[in-house]
Design a protein around this ligand. Structure first.
Ligand SMILES: C[S@@+](CC[C@H](N)C(=O)[O-])C[C@H]1O[C@@H](n2cnc3c(N)ncnc32)[C@H](O)[C@@H]1O
Length: 273
């Protein structure tokens, strides 16, 4: 297929989804969107992008599946353990200065990152004065996050990640294993508010001392990344911390002049003005 024409058709599809459903993928990284579109075309037994457009516009269940495709929900607990070790050793000790702490986990997927942060806050004696806001655009992920039940198959990896991120307890004490899977202790989400929030279309809704947004911005183009950095800047108190994924950086945005690196090796930034 002619590349230019393909781009036009993908653009029309995204425009249609935005006009009809309000989901805005127009500033997502094109190569990822293109791949996911063709994946969905095959899964729906269609042949063309315009065929998918027609189905999506008339069948809300199809757009739900496409949103799930675009959402790329891959995640794990204590993902990149060195980042969580840095959170434990370098960032959390600096949060003790605040009496009440608000944390925003933006793009929390099915919640593994939220439970990881919650465990760290407990172990570092901050849980009782912290409120976590865990948001994602995808309601299915949020439901899984609230359920807090994960496959037993991944517990070995999560245990190893936990230990590498400085964990000193018995990791299996945090969950109950059954035929349903590993059900994490409900106390871990006692101070968590789960809510749907779309970084591309929704505004700032609170101010925070710590924002984690990992492995989400890599799916956005430069325009949307800059908008989201502005949103985070509005949402972060002076002195607060922003944590990004290994492949993400604030260097593309003008807000970089208001931040210092809080760890030379990990993607932790501190707002200084
Ligand atoms: C690859 S997962 C990252 C999960 C977790 N932060 C981590 O690092 O393991 C990307 C998540 O970003 C969410 N996401 C993508 N676009 C979004 C948007 N515009 N607003 C909010 N969440 C979004 C997806 O639904 C998905 O759950």
């Amino acid at each position: 297929m002619d590349e230019n024409l393909e781009r036009i058709e993908v653009g029309l599809l995204l425009q249609g989804i935005y006009a009809q459903y309000g989901y805005d993928f127009r500033n997502y990284a094109y190569p990822v969107i293109r791949r996911r579109v063709w994946h969905r075309i095959q899964a729906e037994r269609l042949e063309t992008i315009s065929g998918l457009q027609e189905k999506v516009l008339h069948d809300p269940s199809c757009v739900k599946r496409l949103v799930s495709d675009f959402s790329i929900a891959v995640t794990e607990m204590f993902r990149d353990p060195h980042f969580f070790l840095s959170l434990r050793q370098r960032i959390l000790p600096r949060l003790h200065a605040w009496e009440a702490i608000r944390v925003w986990v933006a793009g929390c997927s099915s919640g593994e990152e939220v439970y990881s942060v919650s465990i760290l806050l407990r172990e570092e004696g901050l849980a009782n004065r912290t409120e976590i806001y865990a948001t994602d655009m995808n309601p299915d992920g949020l439901q899984k996050a609230q359920n807090g039940v994960y496959s037993l198959d991944v517990m070995q990896t999560y245990t190893s990640n936990y230990l590498r991120s400085g964990g000193r307890h018995v990791f299996s004490d945090y969950y109950t294993a059954s035929s349903r899977g590993a059900a994490f202790r409900p106390e871990l989400i006692e101070h968590v508010v789960f809510a749907q929030h779309n970084l591309a279309t929704d505004r700032a809704f609170h101010t925070f001392h710590l924002i984690l947004c990992r492995n989400v911005l890599i799916y956005f183009n430069g325009v949307l990344q800059k908008e989201v950095f502005d949103l985070f800047h509005q949402s972060l108190v002076t002195g607060g911390f922003l944590g990004l994924g290994d492949a993400e950086s604030i260097s593309i945005s003008d807000i970089r002049y208001n931040y210092e690196r809080a760890d030379p090796l990990q993607k932790w930034y501190r707002r200084i003005k």
